[in-house]
Design a protein. Structure first.
Length: 158
């Protein structure tokens, strides 16, 4: 039977209600702060440092990561994600024999991709800048007897 994957939260990133209130309130203005700030974006860590260009198949450090991909071009491009280093770049909407599909990245815009069980990514163009969205949760494998969670005559979503 397959291992169960579970999402885990790192408690060091959690704040109590009073902590949040003290961070949100601005005493000088006499009101709560209203500035909207986006997520923290991180480059992909590799053995020799960091990278954001994934025109060759690139491994991500953990399962379950969320990515922000900026297309710095006036033309659409694609990223393809997979479970191993054999993943190849696919055109937008095209899938390979393993079910890996080219995900469209709109021109001059961000595209957000949730990696789920996939840990490898490749881009069709160097104009795609790939960032990991900082997230204090991660997926871990648990072994043991678990109930099959997909319907009969179907395959689990991977």
């Amino acid at each position: 039977m397959a291992n169960k994957l579970q999402r885990v939260v790192d408690n060091k990133f959690l704040n109590s209600g009073m902590d949040v209130e003290s961070i949100v309130y601005n005493p000088a203005a006499g009101a709560n702060k209203v500035l909207i700030v986006g997520p923290r974006l991180l480059p992909i860590p590799i053995a020799s440092g960091y990278k954001t260009n994934v025109t060759s198949a690139t491994a991500l450090p953990e399962l379950g990561l969320d990515l922000a991909i900026y297309n710095n071009s006036g033309a659409a491009a694609s990223v393809t994600v997979g479970q191993d280093g054999t993943v190849t770049s696919q055109a937008i909407g095209v899938s390979d024999a393993n079910g890996n599909v080219g995900v469209a990245c709109a021109p001059n815009a961000y595209t957000y991709v949730s990696m789920g069980y996939n840990q490898w990514i490749i881009a069709s163009s160097a104009s795609l800048i790939v960032y990991i969205i900082e997230d204090p949760t991660r997926i871990i494998k648990e072994s043991g007897p678990y109930a099959q969670q997909n319907a009969a005559n179907t395959q689990p979503i991977s």
